[in-house]
Ligand binder design. Structure first.
Ligand code: FES
Length: 162
């Protein structure tokens, strides 16, 4: 599947422009996540070696910040808005329906690596509530049934491609 970026980029390539300054630790974690999709174990060890610090120190910094992920996201990253407008318009029901449809909970990825569900705060289009965003595409005015339709359409597209 083409969404596994780490198949094409090595950790060394991603980190090659950084020197051994300890102030590079967070930028290195950020670029690792951007280019590979998450903070890999291999990446943590490579950063530790480059900065001459224990891997535990790199893990310590990475786990402190919520922005860093330690597992790959699915090919389709489903962000379900839980901001006030979406919440009062049924976002919780939408989330529940998507979770049941995919057989995973918020924060998890399906076994086939296709879908990850994540709750987010306001996506900035409250008048269209409730909304979810899948890979930058907004789906608005959702009901549980509409949300499931969107998921089923993606699944069908994927099946047709394989
Ligand atoms: S509260 Fe959901 S888009 Fe603003």
């Amino acid at each position: 599947m083409k969404f596994i970026l780490s198949e094409t980029l090595t950790t060394e390539e991603v980190l090659k422009d950084f020197n051994e300054e300890k102030s590079n630790l967070i930028p290195m974690l950020q670029i690792l996540q951007t280019k590979i999709g998450y903070v890999t174990r291999e990446g943590v060890y490579a950063i530790a070696a480059k900065l001459n610090v224990p891997p535990a120190e790199v893990y310590g910094v990475a786990t402190f910040f919520a922005q860093f992920k330690f597992e790959p996201s699915g090919k389709y990253h489903i962000l379900i808005c839980m901001g006030t407008a979406c919440h009062v318009n049924g976002a919780r029901e939408v989330l529940g329906a998507v979770e049941r449809e995919l057989g995973i909970n918020e924060g998890e990825t399906t076994e086939d690596g296709l879908f990850t569900i994540e709750e987010v705060a306001c996506l900035g289009c409250c008048s269209l509530a409730p909304v979810m965003m899948i890979n930058k595409e907004i789906h608005a005015g959702l009901t549980p049934t509409k949300a499931i339709k969107v998921i089923k359409a993606i699944r069908k597209e994927e099946e047709n491609e394989s």
